[in-house]
Design a protein around this ligand. Structure first.
Ligand code: ADP
Ligand code: MG
Length: 354
């Protein structure tokens, strides 16, 4: 890998892009802000700016991670290019670092989650339901008994959740559920019965995107495997263009939307009866927060105010740059040119500012 820690000088480390709305962008509706991106509505197209903000444990950290947004975008755009033949996508142009021009879509309100390995919340649910002895159901998928933590599933599975919260959907299946529950679990049946509530035009459109997603998964998993990585799970979003065509939107297999593991370190630990994994990406930051014991809900304010250690931040920057380079073959630009100024100058040149 070409990026090394010594390149990340204190000036580079501070040269990050904060998630702030820029009022100078010409828009047809008020800009929207997500967890890490800002979305500017141009009418038929959007400008999406991916900030360098980092969130772990439901908290956005005070310090940003140099080039994080640009690294995520680099990975997504590579996979958008590679999978256009499977399903078209929203990506039109990289306008500047962290900044895309995309086609605006009417969102399908389902987070299309696909998993090839049983880990995280999937593992917690399975083991709690006594899955290892009896098997268990997960988002309408029956899992056989006998899986160990982090083990590869017999096949890729679809475990959707709603894009939004329980209270955003007026469907019988959510009645009586806790409106504060963040990630309402779905099944294919629930989506089909309530397809309009989830922004689908026909129930058949669900089959179309799920089928395309299985093909996306296989194509990208093979590509990652050839680069020494495993795609443990990922999430896609889809939407409709005004002419009714369905496209892939948002991001594509980034370290924020996926779990990506090192292939050569993935191995059965017989003593623990589970598979050992080494995660690229955010786990580095999660581990740091947990070492400081700032990961609990009552410590959220403290975590938000915490000034992350320079060295931990620098290691994280190197990690994201290296995963981007491993996947795309293109190294990240290491620069002290102020990010916001570079982006606004590019947008001004193209006539996107007031
Ligand atoms: N082409 C598109 N058309 C409409 N909405 C989009 C498109 N691409 C992405 N989005 C939406 O823009 C937002 C991106 O911001 P992000 O910070 O990722 O949000 P979130 O907190 O929902 O993950 C998301 O809500 C995503 O669904
Ligand atoms: Mg998102």
């Amino acid at each position: 890998m070409t990026i090394d820690k010594s390149q990340i000088t204190p000036e580079v480390l501070e040269n990050t892009l904060k998630k702030e709305i820029w009022p100078e962008v010409k828009v047809v509706a008020p800009p929207k802000t997500g967890k890490v991106r800002n979305v500017y509505d141009l009418g038929e197209q959007l400008i999406i700016v991916s900030s360098d903000d980092l969130s772990t444990h439901d908290v956005v950290h005070k310090r940003q991670v140099y080039a994080k947004g640009d690294n995520l975008d680099g990975i997504s755009s590579k996979y958008f290019g590679k999978t256009e033949n499977i399903i078209p996508n929203h990506f039109r142009e990289n306008l500047a670092p962290n900044t895309w021009l995309v086609d605006k879509a009417d969102q399908i309100l389902v987070e299309m989650v696909f998993r090839k390995y049983i880990t995280g919340s999937g593992w917690r649910g399975y083991s709690k339901a006594n899955g290892p002895e009896q098997g268990a159901e997960f988002c309408g998928v029956n899992l056989r008994p006998g899986y160990r933590k982090n083990e590869m599933l017999d096949e890729v599975i679809f475990t959707p959740t709603a894009k939004g919260q329980v209270k955003d959907f007026d469907i019988p299946e959510f009645e009586g559920m806790d409106p504060e529950v963040d990630d309402p679990k779905l099944t294919v049946d629930i989506i089909r019965k309530n397809y309009q509530a989830f922004g689908l035009k026909t129930p058949g459109d669900l089959i179309y995107v799920v089928d395309a997603s299985f093909r996306l998964y296989n194509t990208i998993h093979s590509d990652l495997e050839s680069k020494g990585k495993l795609l443990a799970d990922t999430k896609w979003e889809f939407g409709y263009l005004p002419d009714g065509k369905i496209i892939l939107i948002d991001e594509c297999v980034t370290p924020d939307s996926s779990r990506i593991w090192d292939k050569d370190k993935y191995a059965l630990n017989e003593e623990k009866n589970e598979f050992t994994i080494v995660q690229g990406d955010k786990q580095h930051f999660r581990d740091y927060v947990e070492r400081l014991e700032l990961h609990t809900p009552e410590k959220k304010a403290e975590l938000a105010a915490h000034h992350m250690d320079d060295d931990v931040l620098r290691d994280g920057v190197v990690l994201y740059c290296n995963i981007r380079e491993a996947i795309t073959g293109t190294p990240t630009e290491i620069t002290t040119e102020p990010r916001k100024e570079v982006i606004l100058a590019a947008l001004a040149d193209r006539g996107f500012l007031k």
